[in-house]
Design a protein around this ligand. Sequence first.
Ligand code: HEM
Ligand code: HEM
Length: 213
Amino acid sequence: MRYQQHHAWSILLRLFHWSFVLSIVTLAVTGFYIHFPWTNTLLEGSSNFPVGTMRYIHFIAGFVFTGAILARIYLLFFGNRQERIWDFLPITPKNIGNLVHTIKFYLYLDGDHTPRLGHNVLAGMIYTVTFCLALLQLTAGFYLLYPENPTWQKWGLLLLGPIQQARQVHYLIMWYFIIFAAIHIYIVVWNDIKTREGLISSIFNGTKYTPSP
Ligand code: HEM
Ligand code: HEM
């Protein structure tokens, strides 16, 4: 079969994806350590300060994560056609059809795949939830980091309640990202094998393929 090549993802979207991935991995590893510092810091000597080091790395990664999500919010409105939010939400008859079709395809009830340059609508909905949780996570993070700052205090109290509760929510949202990552990697590999659109390579080089008529 012959395939046609299409440009799907801008450089900024790909930079967003990989800085988001790397920052989340760093944040989850250092976050686990902040939650449960399993090395016995008292016995390690005064020149070691592992929790402080982990917190420092966590905050640097937190700023990368924040930069990445701000770039993605910009692309939701000013990115290319596939990157804008209305391309992948079930708000048009075509997108609702794609949502139903994708669910059937994933459940092995429909073997045919409709080629699509952007995300399928099921993926798009989950990504939108992920972006919202990323905003909540960074609000919790900055609220924990700057509790005396009036802006973070206002938003933190409004969205998350007292600081200890915010810390608990911050910890729970980490689990959302870990579970999301595991399912996401499984699904992109499954799709890459089933649909032959060059899905995984597209998040590196921006290019996708559709069968030519
Ligand atoms: C996906 C993103 C993130 C994950 C998975 C994550 C994970 C965690 C975890 C598990 C903890 C420990 C909570 C506990 O003690 O139960 C923590 C603490 C913390 N995180 Fe994050 N975090 C993320 C993003 C951020 C961001 C964007 C910031 C903002 C700079 C931030 C700032 C903080 C602060 C200030 C603490 C408290 C440190 C302490 O109490 O010593 N986090 N994070
Ligand atoms: C080796 C690991 C990974 C690979 C190969 C990969 C690959 C991909 C691919 C091919 C897409 C486009 C899929 C589509 O059209 O629906 C995508 C999108 C996405 N991935 Fe990953 N991914 C990986 C890890 C992760 C991780 C760990 C996260 C976050 C926890 C993540 C978050 C996202 C998000 C949010 C999108 C939506 C992109 C957007 O529209 O902004 N990815 N990924």
